[in-house]
Design a protein around this ligand. Sequence first.
Ligand code: HEM
Length: 440
Amino acid sequence: MTAVYPPGPRLPRVVQTLVHAKWRGWFAAALSRRYGDVYTMRMIAPYAEHLVVFSRPEHIREIFAGDPADLHAGEGNRVLGPVMGQHSVLLTDEGEHARARRLLMPAFTGSALRGYRGMVAAIAKDHVDRWRPGTTLATLDRMNDLTLDVITQVVFGVGERRGRDELAPRLRYLVDVGPLMFMGWKWQRLQRFGPWKRFADNKNAIDDLLYAEITQRRTDADPDARADVLSRLLAVGSPSETTVDAPLSDAELRDQLVTLLLAGHETTASALSWAMFELAAHPEVQERARRAAAEDDEKYLEAVLKEAMRRRTVIGGAVRRLTRDMTIAGHRLPRGTVVQTSIVLAHADPGHHPDPETFRPERFLDGDVAAGTWLPFGGGVRRCIGAGFSLMEGTAVLSEVLTRFALVPTRGHERGRIRNITQVPAHGGPVVLRSLAAAP
Ligand code: HEM
């Protein structure tokens, strides 16, 4: 078919790629003002040649509800391949994806989540114990430390810390990739030099640590006795299991572990950092949240997190690659096109979120947020596995912080910047800690 894509900027592809990689949110807002709620960007690898962006909830719903065989999310996420690995639940489609999801989901549903609450609260307390009143807290860094500790424990369980202390800084370095690193993935010979070599060495060291842990755990006498994700995955295909799934290979295990460790901490850390920054900037909201924490009112704390995720969207959009010619929202698009549901634009739409620039958690309690207009976790069969987990973790952390400290702003405004694929506070979301007795 002859492709007639929705209109979009005529800037050279390389320019669109760079602006998208660096200033995604700002670019999306500018393009939607100019071209409306469906537009096309043209980019170079590793991004899509044609990226058609949709921001109306009804269009987004159409994409999320589509047949996953027609709309490949794994192919659309290929940019993450060199980090997550080819078996990652984020990068696979159809049968392989369904298997990975089926095996991972039980660790993140209802009863499993309730089981993690105490562990999260204990880790949060341990971290907050180290904070001192009167100091400036770099919330993004501190939340990254905290959420990495949490997800490491969910994935590996309690037990030996050997290897884990080495893993943490290496994972932090692994996610800090940008356009420069993409060049090394495209032209592999670059990996013998400078930053590309450092990236490859770091990734190999992470793989060695993970494979060592997998080997050791395979020889554990009683793997079924533990409830962590690795133990659950190692039990797949064992005689004690009732499912028909074949055991996971070491490579599959490695890819799912890296995926959970990375997807499961950076995102929640960014959301928490934005939430703390907004609470510092809005003392009246902070006071109400503190009362909620004292009264174990998780609903209000959850509303604070949800509003932070709306106002400061962590992941700007979810992508799908069309495996056949399709009509979406009345646009006939050829096979191979990548479509994006723009979460950041949907969250900033004043038609759905009145006064969208205002930080107002109450909108989530007053029934003002219509279904399908708040989408931080994507949707359909690919909706984030950790959605419930991150809300549980976030409320537990906010509760610990707010009952111990008052958060005071250090700067009036904080813009976002893209780190890997998440939008983080550009200056690390600093706030000053005051002991509650001394708070104004
Ligand atoms: C604030 C926190 C988080 C945000 C904003 C977030 C956001 C997202 C988004 C937008 C997607 C893509 C969904 C789609 O394509 O429709 C996703 C997928 C995913 N997330 Fe999260 N996430 C968060 C926390 C977590 C946590 C805590 C975990 C793990 C414990 C996790 C694991 C995953 C996985 C494994 C996928 C792939 C799902 C699939 O392709 O089937 N995420 N997340």
